[in-house]
Design a protein around this ligand. Structure first.
Ligand code: MV4
Length: 600
């Protein structure tokens, strides 16, 4: 067994991994960015190391993390999800340093990073793939031929893509040129490869995925499927297992195919085979070579501790059970409670949790790293908590989930709880009429959500004030010949204009670090100049929808922006002509960066 496991992650998944390690009696090493020093995972680990550098980037700093692992004497690294979890180079570097990367082999991670290669492997193993190419396409002529062969609509996908990035849907031949260029450009800017391929596009598929567990002795099992169709802009909101209204025979074929595909790959560790289900057919989509956010619903219905099993098989143990020894019992639902305002296009809502009370019921599990007074940071994804509820039947699970959602008492940030309550009450959801288009094209058009009222002013002053909105700006500040990168998070108290509650400074050169909390009131307000489209937070320019010279109307979407892993639309604030585009897709920018200008 491992002597010490470093968790190369933060927040709830780091907490989850630490809990599994504790059960196994393995000491843990937590790493953390400076503003993350109050995080629960830091409080729980046996040993903690602070990362140097920008908060938004440090958890991706493979060299620094590996160096800490060596210095701390860790003999294994658990990458969690996101960050370095599907980085084959990092997995290779770990192996070279004699540290076990808790995941599949670097070769498998690398192969599954290429969607074209994934399709080839699965196709060869007899797993159904969506009709399309298993070779890259380069020219519009090739794509148009394929469009005729398969019939429109078709999808052009970046081979290195995933999660919706580098995906273009083409509904007629005239759209091919633009879509191909777009998918190639996005592939190049996000993933460093402009290799794309073509598939027949399925219009209203369900997203069904299979949880796989495999050891390094050739044993592979599935832990049944999860239905993850309730998503918005490729962000999952609710997952359930078993998938409702899934044909028994189709389900059996899907589960068997996932195991067959994983076997063909020589898979080990926990993983997920993603599929689309359309009518009575299913098609392989991609393999995720990490533990996923939604793994707890599979744990709830099988009783298997997937993270513990993942650690054990990484240490060379055989799977502790066979396929025949497990079964699925009842129904489980996970709601992702995010710090976002569903009434405002799911806008991220970081801030301090002036109140944070969780439901404590039988058959209810909450995975979270938050606590009262904790500040949700703007640098990371906005997941506050995962609510996981079990019931004997889907109906029982739905009703129990509603009770649990109503017993969350969260103040200080907006949350997705009102959205979840509306979805669980929706007749289409209850009937199991859930497709990947359901949330955006159906549910959101029929429900009317209101933002939660800001919390009442707290009696005591301090961090847990009444926070309504947060913005973060970065500054470089010189102190004693050292350059500090200062991230100022403005947590706005609605009763006082502009109250800075928290500022954190991290030395970019030198080693001094400093955290300051102070309150400052000023009447200054950022005066937006018309025609200047700026980022509201630190984030990523996902897509630029207009070119310089284009005529735009006030209210027209011009840029798709991503902050805290959530997409939002930036719209023109006036009629006019785009005079300058200052950024490229895939570019990361600080808050308040000028992105695009509109003139006469
Ligand atoms: C598709 C598709 C329909 N047809 N491919 C989106 C993200 C990436 N993982 C694959 N995706 C899709 N690929 C074909 N040929 C529809 C989607 C899709 C989707 C897939 C899974 C979960 C949610 C989705 C939301 C929109 C589109």
């Amino acid at each position: 067994m491992f002597n010490k496991v470093l968790i190369a992650n933060r927040s709830e998944i780091a907490v989850r991994v630490i809990q599994a390690c504790r059960e196994l009696g393995i000491p843990t090493v937590a790493i953390f960015s400076e503003p993350d020093k109050d995080s629960r995972h830091v409080q729980m680990a046996s040993e903690t190391w602070q990362l140097e550098g920008q908060p938004a980037k440090v958890y991706l700093d493979a060299a620094q993390i590996l160096d800490i692992a060596k210095r701390a004497g860790a003999d294994a690294i658990h990458p969690g999800y996101g960050f370095l979890s599907e980085n084959a180079d990092f997995a290779r570097d770990c192996a070279a340093a004699g540290i076990k990367f808790i995941g599949p082999s670097p070769d498998v991670i690398h192969k599954m990073g290429s969607k074209i290669e994934s399709r080839r492997v699965m196709d060869a193993a007899g797993v159904p793939v969506v009709p399309g190419t298993t070779n890259p396409v380069r020219t519009p002529e090739e794509v148009k031929k394929l469009g005729e062969q398969y019939g429109y609509p078709i999808a052009i996908k970046a081979s290195a893509g995933g999660g919706g990035r580098g995906l273009r849907v083409v509904r007629k031949a005239e759209e091919v040129d633009n879509a191909l260029a777009g998918a190639q450009r996005e592939g190049a800017s996000y993933f460093g490869s402009d290799e794309v391929y073509v598939e027949k596009y399925l219009d209203h598929p369900r997203h069904i995925e299979v949880q796989i567990l495999a050891d390094e002795h050739g044993n592979i099992v599935h832990l049944f499927e999860r239905d993850c169709s309730s998503q918005r802009r490729h962000q999952k909101l609710l997952e359930e297992t078993p998938a409702t209204k899934l044909d028994k025979d189709l389900r059996a074929r899907l589960l068997a195919s996932a195991v067959k595909g994983a076997a063909a790959l020589g898979y080990s560790s926990a993983g997920t085979v993603e599929c689309m289900v359309s009518g009575n057919d299913f098609y392989f989509l991609e393999v995720n070579t990490r533990i996923q956010v939604e793994h707890p619903i599979s744990e709830a219905t099988t009783g298997i501790d997937i993270v513990k099993e993942q650690i054990l098989v990484a240490a060379g143990h055989k799977l502790s059970f066979t396929q025949e020894e497990i079964s699925q019992r009842g129904h489980a639902i996970e709601c992702r409670i995010n710090a976002e305002d569903p009434a405002k296009n799911f806008m991220p809502s970081p801030g301090t949790l002036s109140r944070y009370e969780l439901p404590h019921h039988p058959w209810v599990r909450v995975d979270t790293a938050c606590y009262p007074g904790y500040t949700v940071l703007p640098f990371y994804d906005s997941l506050l908590a995962k609510l996981v509820v079990w019931g004997r039947t889907r109906e029982e699970a739905i009703n129990r989930t509603k009770v649990a959602l109503n017993n969350f008492k969260i103040e200080g940030v907006q949350t997705t709880i009102p959205f979840h309550l509306a979805m669980l009450d929706d007749p289409n959801f209850q009937a199991g009429e859930i497709y990947t288009t359901y949330v955006e094209q159906d549910l959101m058009k029929r429900i009317n959500l209101k933002s939660a009222a800001p919390a009442a002013p707290a009696a005591a002053s301090g961090d847990a004030a009444t926070i309504e909105r947060a913005d973060t700006r970065s500054f470089e500040v010189g102190v004693n010949q050292k350059v500090f990168k200062v991230a100022v998070t403005e947590l706005v108290d609605p009763s006082k204009p502009r109250t800075v509650v928290k500022a954190s400074a991290t030395a970019t050169k030198g080693t001094a670090t400093k955290m300051e909390t102070r309150t400052r009131s000023t009447t200054a307000s950022a005066t937006a100049t018309r025609g200047e489209i700026k980022s509201t937070m630190h984030g990523l320019v996902k897509e630029i929808l207009v070119q310089a010279g284009a005529e735009v109307k006030a209210g027209q979407k011009v840029i798709i922006f991503e902050a805290m892993k959530m997409e939002s639309d930036l719209v023109a604030d006036r009629d006019g002509k785009v005079t300058d585009v200052k950024v490229k897709p895939g570019q990361t920018v600080d808050a308040h960066t000028l992105l695009l200008t509109i003139g006469d």
